[in-house]
Design a protein around this ligand. Structure first.
Ligand code: 5AD
Ligand code: SF4
Length: 447
């Protein structure tokens, strides 16, 4: 019998990428084939994000495009991820071509759900919870990269920031057993991966039910113990994202200082530079507390790159309060910044507040913040010219066939002359030029 071909399309964060990898592995194991395009598949699954309205609309538009592209042989369409979890049955009404709805806890059950849909059993929906706290294996061939692997360590979120939908779409925090994480990292090392990224909505809130696997490692928190445990596997590069400021213990910086393979990059979303707004967002820290964390990062032995997220136009944000965010940028001098316009998400406490910042004002604040960030970032990138950086080569550059591309251990994109054969190698590169979002360099030596 011919195998059913499934095409998986992923929007959103690294957790969605990891979920798609797991779904693809489960589908393969259950006898499905994975297709390279939606046109070549009998089943199309869209893995969706609902963190902002725009992300949600993008996924819904994509479903429309797929239908229009194949008027005569419509594929079975499935929706997974955050939109699936939040909308549930409603999706069948708002997007009638959708046949399968797969909640965020149902990734492991995708093969059975698709079989039911194939049998023509009408609409199929699973919004149930994950059945076990262990994670299924991901086949190396289904990873998004041959050299960098995402390793989820905590799912969900308990923070309930007032603007955020994630606690509703992904449920409460669940930490993965440490010995399982360490086992996966060892396996990835044996498979030839050179970098892993520990991922989770708040990695530093990691709190497993037992500390089996961490006994031999010191640390002020389970997360810093886990960092030391993962570093001890000998994986050449270890990154982690995202960190939550309130739980960002200085011991994390100490662990980075002690272990060369813990990369010099921290992503620490601040969201606002104003205390009243932070309180209204229910972030659980003040600007002063945040700055203390930043100083700990900046006082590390190695220079640790620091990136952040901010939201502008939160309901009631005044011009003065916005200016506090500008000021915070000057103080923290981030290596990179994601700026988001506030987007009301139904069901969150902030969505009940009346929106006071109109779209054109949001745009003005966005541009002002971006301009300042660009000035700061240009200087940081310019100052790297002449320095030597360690780079994991990921493949040929999209811009030029003569160049390869990769990330520095401080997580900056860098391009340089080199053959595609360098992919998967860690090289020392001298930085020779800079733009606002990337560096250019030349190989000094292959490590
Ligand atoms: N509106 C705008 N940005 C948001 N984020 C989360 N929720 C919203 C929202 N409702 C941003 C935060 C978070 C990032 C992943 O997305 O800055 O850190
Ligand atoms: Fe959302 Fe706040 Fe949780 Fe981050 S910490 S996922 S912003 S609720």
């Amino acid at each position: 019998m011919k195998k059913t071909r499934v095409y998986l399309e992923t929007f959103g964060c690294q957790m969605n990428v990891a979920d798609s990898e797991r779904a693809a592995s489960a589908l393969h194991a259950a006898g499905f084939d994975l297709a390279d395009s939606s046109e070549a598949a009998e089943v199309v699954i869209i893995n969706t994000c609902s963190v902002r309205e725009k992300a949600e609309q993008k996924a819904i538009r994509r479903i429309g495009d797929i239908n229009r592209g194949r008027p005569d042989d419509a594929p079975i369409i499935g929706v997974m991820g955050c939109v699936a979890q939040l909308e549930g049955e409603l999706l069948f009404e708002s997007a009638p071509s959708v046949r399968v709805v797969i909640g965020t806890g149902a990734t492991e059950r995708i093969p059975q759900l698709l079989r039911r849909a194939e049998e023509g059993l009408g609409r199929v929906i699973d919004l149930g919870e994950r059945r076990s706290e262990t994670f299924e294996d991901i086949a190396p061939s289904e990873r998004h990269s041959k050299h960098v692997a995402f390793v989820p360590i905590i799912e969900g979120c308990n923070k309930f920031c007032t603007y955020c939908i994630v606690p509703y779409s992904r449920g409460r925090e669940r930490s993965r057993p440490a010995n399982e994480i360490i086992g996966e990292v060892r396996k990835l090392l044996a498979q030839g991966f050179r970098e892993i990224q520990l991922i989770g909505q708040n990695v530093n809130s990691y709190r497993p039910k037992s500390e089996v696997g961490l006994e031999k490692f010191s640390g002020a928190t389970p997360f810093s113990k886990l960092l030391r445990a993962v570093a001890s596997t000998g994986m050449p590069r270890v990154k982690f994202t995202t960190s939550f400021p309130r739980d960002f213990h200085a011991d994390i910086v100490k662990a980075i200082d002690e272990n060369e393979n813990l990369c010099n990059w921290v992503h620490l979303p601040v969201q606002s530079g104003n205390d009243r707004i932070l309180r209204a967002m229910r972030r659980g820290y003040r600007v002063e507390d945040y700055i203390r964390r930043v100083d700990a990062v900046k006082n590390a032995r190695r220079r640790i790159a620091l990136t952040s997220d901010v939201i502008i136009g939160f309901p009631g944000e005044s011009e003065e309060e916005f200016k506090d965010t500008l000021q915070l940028l000057e103080r923290c001098r981030f290596d990179g910044l994601y700026i988001f316009k506030y987007s009301a998400r139904r069901g969150t406490p902030a969505a009940k507040l009346s929106e006071t910042v109109d779209e054109s004002e949001k745009t003005r604040r966005f541009l002002a913040l971006e301009e300042l960030q660009m000035t700061i970032q240009r200087k940081i990138y310019d100052d790297l010219v002449g320095a030597y950086v360690e780079v994991l080569v990921e493949g040929q550059s999209a811009r030029s066939a003569a160049d390869v591309t990769g990330h520095t251990s401080c997580n900056k994109v860098i391009n340089f002359r080199g053959s595609p054969g360098l992919a998967g190698k860690i090289v020392n590169v001298r930085v020779t030029g800079s733009k606002s979002h990337s560096l250019y360099g030349e190989v000094s030596n292959v490590l």
